[in-house]
Design a protein around this ligand. Structure first.
Ligand code: GLN
Length: 252
Protein backbone atom coordinates (compact mmCIF):
# COMPACT_ATOMS: atom_id res chain seq x y z
CA UNK A 1 0.00 0.00 0.00
CA UNK A 2 1.27 3.47 -0.88
CA UNK A 3 0.12 6.48 1.14
CA UNK A 4 0.39 10.11 0.07
CA UNK A 5 -0.19 12.46 3.01
CA UNK A 6 -0.87 16.06 2.05
CA UNK A 7 0.25 18.30 4.91
CA UNK A 8 -1.32 21.74 4.52
CA UNK A 9 0.58 24.88 5.53
CA UNK A 10 3.10 23.15 7.84
CA UNK A 11 5.08 26.39 8.28
CA UNK A 12 2.20 28.42 9.69
CA UNK A 13 -0.42 25.93 10.88
CA UNK A 14 1.39 23.99 13.58
CA UNK A 15 0.72 24.48 17.29
CA UNK A 16 1.41 22.32 20.35
CA UNK A 17 3.05 19.53 18.41
CA UNK A 18 0.45 19.22 15.63
CA UNK A 19 3.23 18.01 13.31
CA UNK A 20 3.47 14.96 15.55
CA UNK A 21 0.21 13.78 14.01
CA UNK A 22 1.93 13.42 10.65
CA UNK A 23 4.88 11.61 12.27
CA UNK A 24 2.48 9.18 13.96
CA UNK A 25 0.65 8.46 10.70
CA UNK A 26 3.94 7.96 8.83
CA UNK A 27 5.38 5.59 11.44
CA UNK A 28 2.20 3.55 11.86
CA UNK A 29 1.97 3.15 8.08
CA UNK A 30 5.67 2.25 7.72
CA UNK A 31 5.50 -0.27 10.57
CA UNK A 32 2.95 -2.09 8.40
CA UNK A 33 5.27 -2.06 5.43
CA UNK A 34 3.51 0.71 3.52
CA UNK A 35 5.46 3.26 1.52
CA UNK A 36 4.68 6.80 2.61
CA UNK A 37 5.21 10.17 1.02
CA UNK A 38 4.48 13.46 2.83
CA UNK A 39 3.63 16.34 0.50
CA UNK A 40 3.92 19.73 2.21
CA UNK A 41 1.58 22.31 0.67
CA UNK A 42 2.34 25.95 1.45
CA UNK A 43 0.32 28.96 0.26
CA UNK A 44 0.81 29.62 -3.45
CA UNK A 45 2.41 26.24 -4.17
CA UNK A 46 0.84 23.92 -6.72
CA UNK A 47 -0.78 20.77 -5.34
CA UNK A 48 -2.91 18.12 -7.01
CA UNK A 49 -5.40 16.95 -4.40
CA UNK A 50 -6.53 14.14 -6.69
CA UNK A 51 -3.27 12.44 -5.57
CA UNK A 52 -3.97 12.76 -1.83
CA UNK A 53 -4.71 9.62 0.22
CA UNK A 54 -4.89 11.51 3.49
CA UNK A 55 -4.98 15.22 4.35
CA UNK A 56 -3.70 16.86 7.54
CA UNK A 57 -3.81 20.48 8.67
CA UNK A 58 -2.87 21.75 12.13
CA UNK A 59 -3.89 24.69 14.27
CA UNK A 60 -2.67 28.25 14.08
CA UNK A 61 -2.80 31.67 15.63
CA UNK A 62 -5.38 34.12 14.25
CA UNK A 63 -2.72 35.96 12.21
CA UNK A 64 -1.54 32.74 10.63
CA UNK A 65 -5.09 31.67 9.83
CA UNK A 66 -5.62 35.12 8.26
CA UNK A 67 -2.45 34.61 6.19
CA UNK A 68 -3.53 31.31 4.65
CA UNK A 69 -7.34 31.37 4.51
CA UNK A 70 -7.55 32.93 1.03
CA UNK A 71 -5.21 30.31 -0.42
CA UNK A 72 -7.24 27.63 1.39
CA UNK A 73 -10.48 29.05 -0.07
CA UNK A 74 -8.95 29.08 -3.56
CA UNK A 75 -8.23 25.38 -3.22
CA UNK A 76 -11.71 24.85 -1.76
CA UNK A 77 -13.35 23.10 -4.73
CA UNK A 78 -10.42 20.65 -5.07
CA UNK A 79 -10.22 19.94 -1.36
CA UNK A 80 -13.98 19.55 -1.02
CA UNK A 81 -13.98 17.13 -3.98
CA UNK A 82 -11.31 15.01 -2.26
CA UNK A 83 -13.20 15.01 1.04
CA UNK A 84 -16.47 14.17 -0.73
CA UNK A 85 -14.65 11.27 -2.38
CA UNK A 86 -13.89 9.89 1.08
CA UNK A 87 -10.26 10.96 1.46
CA UNK A 88 -9.63 10.82 5.21
CA UNK A 89 -8.62 14.12 6.77
CA UNK A 90 -7.69 15.43 10.18
CA UNK A 91 -8.09 19.16 10.87
CA UNK A 92 -6.98 20.45 14.25
CA UNK A 93 -8.25 23.62 15.93
CA UNK A 94 -7.52 26.55 13.55
CA UNK A 95 -7.82 24.15 10.59
CA UNK A 96 -11.08 22.73 11.95
CA UNK A 97 -12.46 26.27 12.27
CA UNK A 98 -11.64 26.97 8.60
CA UNK A 99 -13.47 23.83 7.44
CA UNK A 100 -16.67 25.39 8.77
CA UNK A 101 -18.55 28.30 7.18
CA UNK A 102 -16.42 30.98 8.83
CA UNK A 103 -14.16 31.86 11.73
CA UNK A 104 -14.45 35.27 13.34
CA UNK A 105 -11.13 36.16 14.97
CA UNK A 106 -10.68 37.75 18.39
CA UNK A 107 -10.20 41.08 16.58
CA UNK A 108 -13.51 40.64 14.73
CA UNK A 109 -12.08 39.75 11.28
CA UNK A 110 -14.27 37.28 9.42
CA UNK A 111 -12.29 34.51 7.72
CA UNK A 112 -14.50 32.55 5.35
CA UNK A 113 -13.95 28.80 5.42
CA UNK A 114 -14.81 25.92 3.09
CA UNK A 115 -18.25 25.22 4.58
CA UNK A 116 -17.46 21.50 4.54
CA UNK A 117 -18.63 21.23 8.12
CA UNK A 118 -22.02 22.79 8.79
CA UNK A 119 -20.57 24.88 11.62
CA UNK A 120 -19.33 28.38 12.40
CA UNK A 121 -16.93 29.84 14.94
CA UNK A 122 -17.17 33.10 16.88
CA UNK A 123 -14.83 34.56 19.49
CA UNK A 124 -15.72 33.59 23.03
CA UNK A 125 -15.16 35.27 26.33
CA UNK A 126 -11.48 34.51 27.05
CA UNK A 127 -9.75 31.37 25.87
CA UNK A 128 -10.59 27.72 26.50
CA UNK A 129 -7.33 26.19 27.73
CA UNK A 130 -6.59 22.83 29.29
CA UNK A 131 -6.67 19.07 29.01
CA UNK A 132 -9.64 17.43 27.32
CA UNK A 133 -11.21 13.99 27.46
CA UNK A 134 -13.81 13.15 24.84
CA UNK A 135 -16.12 10.18 24.37
CA UNK A 136 -15.99 9.69 20.60
CA UNK A 137 -18.97 8.91 18.38
CA UNK A 138 -16.71 6.92 16.04
CA UNK A 139 -16.39 3.17 16.71
CA UNK A 140 -12.97 3.48 18.36
CA UNK A 141 -11.37 1.22 20.96
CA UNK A 142 -10.70 2.82 23.39
CA UNK A 143 -13.64 5.11 22.89
CA UNK A 144 -12.01 8.06 24.66
CA UNK A 145 -9.83 10.66 22.98
CA UNK A 146 -7.36 12.75 24.98
CA UNK A 147 -5.72 16.03 24.09
CA UNK A 148 -5.00 19.63 24.95
CA UNK A 149 -7.07 22.62 23.86
CA UNK A 150 -6.21 26.32 23.60
CA UNK A 151 -8.64 28.34 21.53
CA UNK A 152 -10.37 31.70 21.60
CA UNK A 153 -13.01 30.68 19.05
CA UNK A 154 -16.19 28.84 20.03
CA UNK A 155 -17.63 26.54 17.41
CA UNK A 156 -21.35 25.88 16.97
CA UNK A 157 -22.63 22.93 14.96
CA UNK A 158 -25.80 23.37 12.94
CA UNK A 159 -28.52 20.74 13.49
CA UNK A 160 -27.59 17.64 11.53
CA UNK A 161 -23.82 18.21 11.77
CA UNK A 162 -22.37 15.25 13.71
CA UNK A 163 -19.85 16.04 16.46
CA UNK A 164 -16.66 14.00 16.89
CA UNK A 165 -17.80 13.26 20.41
CA UNK A 166 -19.06 14.44 23.75
CA UNK A 167 -16.87 16.25 26.23
CA UNK A 168 -16.07 14.35 29.42
CA UNK A 169 -13.61 17.01 30.66
CA UNK A 170 -12.67 20.34 29.09
CA UNK A 171 -14.56 22.82 26.90
CA UNK A 172 -14.63 21.27 23.42
CA UNK A 173 -16.52 23.15 20.73
CA UNK A 174 -17.98 25.92 22.85
CA UNK A 175 -17.96 24.96 26.52
CA UNK A 176 -21.77 24.99 26.59
CA UNK A 177 -23.41 22.20 24.58
CA UNK A 178 -21.05 19.33 25.46
CA UNK A 179 -19.97 18.64 21.88
CA UNK A 180 -16.39 18.32 20.64
CA UNK A 181 -15.25 18.50 17.04
CA UNK A 182 -17.11 17.36 13.95
CA UNK A 183 -17.16 14.36 11.61
CA UNK A 184 -18.34 14.14 8.02
CA UNK A 185 -17.54 11.08 5.89
CA UNK A 186 -13.86 10.49 6.75
CA UNK A 187 -13.08 14.08 7.76
CA UNK A 188 -12.39 14.64 11.44
CA UNK A 189 -12.28 18.17 12.86
CA UNK A 190 -11.23 18.64 16.47
CA UNK A 191 -9.87 21.10 18.99
CA UNK A 192 -7.45 18.52 20.38
CA UNK A 193 -3.74 19.24 20.09
CA UNK A 194 -1.30 17.15 21.93
CA UNK A 195 0.01 15.79 19.68
CA UNK A 196 -3.30 14.05 19.25
CA UNK A 197 -2.50 10.88 17.29
CA UNK A 198 0.55 9.52 19.19
CA UNK A 199 -1.59 9.10 22.33
CA UNK A 200 -4.79 8.25 20.45
CA UNK A 201 -3.46 5.50 18.14
CA UNK A 202 -6.97 4.17 17.56
CA UNK A 203 -7.87 7.43 15.77
CA UNK A 204 -4.66 7.29 13.73
CA UNK A 205 -5.63 3.76 12.64
CA UNK A 206 -9.20 4.83 11.88
CA UNK A 207 -7.78 7.39 9.41
CA UNK A 208 -5.29 4.90 7.93
CA UNK A 209 -8.06 2.30 7.58
CA UNK A 210 -10.21 4.78 5.63
CA UNK A 211 -7.25 5.50 3.32
CA UNK A 212 -6.66 1.78 2.73
CA UNK A 213 -10.34 1.11 2.15
CA UNK A 214 -10.42 3.81 -0.51
CA UNK A 215 -7.35 2.50 -2.33
CA UNK A 216 -7.73 -1.25 -1.93
CA UNK A 217 -11.45 -1.76 -1.37
CA UNK A 218 -11.09 -3.00 2.19
CA UNK A 219 -9.27 -2.13 5.37
CA UNK A 220 -7.04 -4.80 6.88
CA UNK A 221 -4.59 -3.05 9.17
CA UNK A 222 -2.10 -5.31 10.90
CA UNK A 223 -2.37 -4.79 14.66
CA UNK A 224 0.60 -3.02 16.31
CA UNK A 225 1.92 -3.24 19.85
CA UNK A 226 0.37 -0.11 21.35
CA UNK A 227 1.30 -0.78 24.96
CA UNK A 228 3.17 2.51 25.36
CA UNK A 229 0.65 4.59 23.42
CA UNK A 230 -2.30 3.21 25.41
CA UNK A 231 -0.40 3.69 28.63
CA UNK A 232 0.05 7.39 27.73
CA UNK A 233 -3.62 7.55 26.77
CA UNK A 234 -4.84 6.01 30.03
CA UNK A 235 -2.49 8.25 32.02
CA UNK A 236 -3.91 11.35 30.34
CA UNK A 237 -7.50 10.22 30.99
CA UNK A 238 -6.75 9.51 34.64
CA UNK A 239 -4.81 12.75 35.22
CA UNK A 240 -7.47 14.89 33.54
CA UNK A 241 -10.28 13.24 35.48
CA UNK A 242 -8.38 13.72 38.75
CA UNK A 243 -7.65 17.41 38.02
CA UNK A 244 -11.27 18.01 36.98
CA UNK A 245 -12.53 16.44 40.21
CA UNK A 246 -10.19 18.64 42.22
CA UNK A 247 -11.22 21.77 40.26
CA UNK A 248 -14.90 21.01 40.85
CA UNK A 249 -14.28 20.47 44.54
CA UNK A 250 -15.48 16.87 44.46
CA UNK A 251 -13.90 14.05 46.44
CA UNK A 252 -12.72 16.25 49.28
N1 GLN B 1 -6.60 31.04 16.50
C1 GLN B 1 -7.66 30.12 16.80
C2 GLN B 1 -8.30 30.41 18.14
O1 GLN B 1 -7.70 30.99 19.00
C3 GLN B 1 -7.14 28.69 16.74
C4 GLN B 1 -6.12 28.40 17.80
C5 GLN B 1 -5.51 27.04 17.65
O2 GLN B 1 -5.39 26.51 16.55
N2 GLN B 1 -5.02 26.51 18.76
O3 GLN B 1 -9.43 30.05 18.36
Amino acid sequence: MHLSIFHLYPARMNLYGDRGNVLALVRRAEWRGWTVEVVPVEAGEPADFARADLIFMGGGEDRHQAAIFEDFRRRGPEIRAALADGVPALAVCGAYQLLGHYYETAAGQRLDGLGWFDAYTRPGPGRAIGNVVVEATLPLEPRTLVGFENHGGRTYLEPGQAPLGRVVAGAGNNGADGTEGAVKLATVGTYLHGSLLPKNPQLADWLLARAQERREGRAQLEPLDDTLELWAHAGAVERTRRLTRVKNGAGR
